[in-house]
Design a binder for this molecule. Structure first.
Ligand SMILES: [Zn+2]
Length: 259
């Protein structure tokens, strides 16, 4: 399928533009980025160590290349966007979107800790009981963490990922709190001493880690949703869809802030 927005791809140097009409699965194969030797691997090993050191002894989320950052529903797995697996793909991502989410080692590790929070949730099927709901809030029926109204002065949320992301959805709040709780060397009790609401969430997550950390996660078949190695759409199509979707979210966000 021809790109609907051919103009934008002219930003790319010729060598990269040539990749745009190839299928994602083929591009990864060609660049040698689909193998286990991709540059994400060492960060995953690091995450496993961090989890262990934080008291989560048996959770080892299955980390694979997907179309974006996410943890598949109900499964202790983490999808890392495929463009992080090779420098050429990172360059395309930067030239077309203006940034690379997780493009530095520090940001990559922060995102992995966040997704590990969702994996912990899925792996131990953390109950949305009264205490959970009182701590993180009742989830809205529509899961759409891309559009939300952050309060930069909130004392009830941790700050881990940019844009006060903990405020986007109760599940994201949980994942962000978990990420802070397992960050090596972070004295969160001191850092959040003045934020009672956030500190209460951290103590609660700590209690969940104590309760489940020595248990094995429940057995689930790992299904790699949006596995990039199987994605047959071209890179051009992928960026066409993404740029349109993200522009729509931006418009919705602007309307929300103006309202
Ligand atoms: Zn999340």
């Amino acid at each position: 399928m021809k790109s609907q927005r051919p103009g934008i791809f002219s930003r790319l140097p010729f060598a990269l533009r040539r990749l745009m009409n190839e299928r994602i699965c083929d591009v990864l194969e060609k660049l040698g980025a689909s193998s286990e030797r991709n540059p994400i691997k060492r960060h995953v090993e690091n995450l496993y160590e961090e989890l262990h050191d934080a008291g989560v002894k048996h959770l080892r989320p299955d980390v694979y290349l997907g179309d974006e950052w996410f943890s598949p529903g109900g499964i202790p797995a983490i999808a890392v966007p495929f463009y992080l697996a090779h420098t050429d793909l990172k360059e395309i991502e930067f030239l077309l979107t203006g940034s690379v989410e997780g493009g530095t080692p520090a940001k990559m590790r922060k995102l992995l800790r966040h997704e590990a929070g969702h994996s912990f949730d899925h792996g131990y099927k953390i109950a949305r009981d009264m205490r959970w709901r009182n701590t993180f809030g009742r989830a809205p029926t529509i899961y759409r963490p891309e559009v939300y109204m952050p309060d930069s002065t909130s004392l009830n949320h941790v700050t881990h990922l940019p844009d006060h992301y903990a405020q986007s959805h109760p599940d994201e709040d949980f994942a962000e709190t978990f990420a802070v709780a397992i960050t090596p060397g972070l004295d969160w009790e001191t850092r959040y001493a003045g934020r009672r609401g956030a500190l209460g969430k951290l103590y609660y997550v700590q209690s969940l880690i104590r309760r489940h950390g020595s248990q094995r996660p429940r057995e689930r078949e790992i299904v790699r949703t949006y596995d990039a190695r199987r994605m047959r759409m071209t890179l051009a199509r992928y960026y066409d869809l993404r740029l349109v979707r993200e522009a729509r979210w931006q418009r919705m966000q602007s309307r929300l802030i103006e309202a």
